[in-house]
Design a protein around this ligand. Sequence first.
Ligand code: NDP
Ligand code: 2IT
Length: 448
Amino acid sequence: MAANTIIEQVYEQVVKRNAGEVEFLQAVKEVLDSLGPILEKHPEYVESRILDRIVEPERQFMFRVPWQDDKGNVHVNRGFRVEFNSALGPYKGGLRFHPTVNQSILKFLGFEQVFKNSLTTLPMGGGKGGSDFDPKGKSDNEVMRFCQSFMTELCRHIGPDTDVPAGDIGVGGREIGFLFGQYKRVRNEFTGVLTGKALNWGGSLIRPEATGYGCVYFADEMLKTRGESFDGKICTVSGSGNVAQYTVEKLNQLGAKAVSLSDSSGSIYDPNGIDDEKLAFVLDLKNVRRGRIKEYADKFGVDYLEGKRPWGIKCDCAFPSATQNEINGDDAATLLKNGCTLVAEGANMPSTPEAIDQYIEKKIMYGPGKAANAGGVATSGLEMSQNSMRLSWTREEVDERLHNIMIAIHKQAYEAAEEYGEPSNLVMGANIAGFVKVADSMLDQGLV
Ligand code: NDP
Ligand code: 2IT
C-alpha cells in the first residue's frame, strides 16, 4: 500500500478515536504528513504498525483536585497526566495550569514532547500534565494548597525513573517548590522527581533561561545557514512569561533589538528596544508582583495594543512565546508582507497550519516548536543528570551543553530535510529526525 494511503488510514482512525480533540488532531496531522518519505524507505515501520502505536498514549490519568481558598470556600479542579511514550526514557514533560487545559491540549503537548525529547539527544520519553486551575489572582497560600492537593494524587504515578514533570504555562519556580515539598512529604523521598527546582535544593543553573536562550541559539543556527547574524535585527516576541523573558535577554546579548511583549490582555510595542534595564522591570512585574504587561507601557511611555497580538508590528524575526495557535493565516500573511524572514517558536504549536503553509511556501527560516523550544526540556534532562550524580555543573558548563544541543538539533533537522528532498523545510526535518529514533527504539523493545 502507498505510504500516503497508510497515513490517511491512520489519521482517519485517530479522528474517530479522538473526536473533537482539535489541538491533538492538529499536532498528529502535522507529524503524519511529514512521514511519507520515511515509510517508503522503512517497510518495517509499516509492518509493525508503528504509526498506529505512536499516536496512542501509553497511559493517561484524570483526577479530582479539591482545595480550599483563603475564605474557606471549597473548589474542585481537574488534574491530568498523559504518559505518552517511554521508548527513550522516563516520561518527561511539563505541567500546565491554565483554565483552558483539557485532555486534547495535554495530548497535543504530550505528543509533541515525544519527538522534541527525541531531538534533544538525551534519554527522555514524552509526557505532559496539568490542570484547569487558574493561578491568576490567587494568593500564594491558595496556590500552595492547590499544588499540595494536586501532588497528593499525582505522586502515585510519577518518580525519578518513571515520569519527571516540570513547568509550563502557569507553573514556574513557585509551583515546582510547592509540588516538590508535597511529593517529598508523602513519599518520604528526596529525589529528582521534578525539574525546574530552585538552585539550593537540586535545581540546575540555566534551567530558567533555557527555553528562551535555546530558541535564540536555534534561530542563530538558521541565520548562519543563510550567512546572516542577529546584528541589528528587529524582533517581535509574544508572551511575557518564562520563555519570552529569556528570549529577549539572549536577543539583546546577540545584538538584536526586541521590540514587543504581550500577555492575554494585550501587547506593548517599544521601538527603542526592551533593553536589560527594562527587562529587569518585566521580570519583577511578572515573576514577583504578577501584574499585567500594560504597566510596561505606562512606565516607559510606549504604545499599548489592547487585546492585540504583536504580529502587526514590522519585524525581521518573530518569536511566538505565549501559547498554541497564536499566529493564524492572516497574522502570517501580515508578518510576511512586512518583511519578516524568520519565525522561531518558543511556544508549542503557536502557528496554525495555514500560517505554516505560508512560511514553507515562501521558504523563510522557520523553526517549529518541537525543535526550536527543545532547550527547556534538554536542560531539564541536564538537571536530571546532575541529580543522579548528586553534583552541580557551573553556569558556563550547562550553557555550553545547551548551546551544543541546540546546534545538534538544528543539524539533525536540517540534514533530514535535505536527505528527504526538501532542504529548508525544518518541519519535515524535525518530524522525521525525531520520529526515527523513537520508532527504532519501539521496534527494539518488541510489541509494547
Ligand atoms: P508562562 O506562564 O511563564 O507565560 C505564559 C505567557 O503567555 C504569559 O505572558 C501569558 O499571559 C501568555 N499566555 C498564556 N496563555 C495565553 C493565551 N491563551 N492567550 C494569550 N496569551 C497567553 O509560560 P511559559 O513562558 O513557560 O510558556 C509559554 C509557551 O512556551 C507555552 O506554549 C509553553 O508550552 C511553551 N514552552 C515552555 C517551556 C518552559 O520551559 N517553560 C519549554 C518549551 C515550551 P497571561 O499571563 O495573561 O496568561
Ligand atoms: O514544553 C516543554 O518542553 C516544557 N514545558 C518543558 C518540559 C520539561 O520537562 O522541562
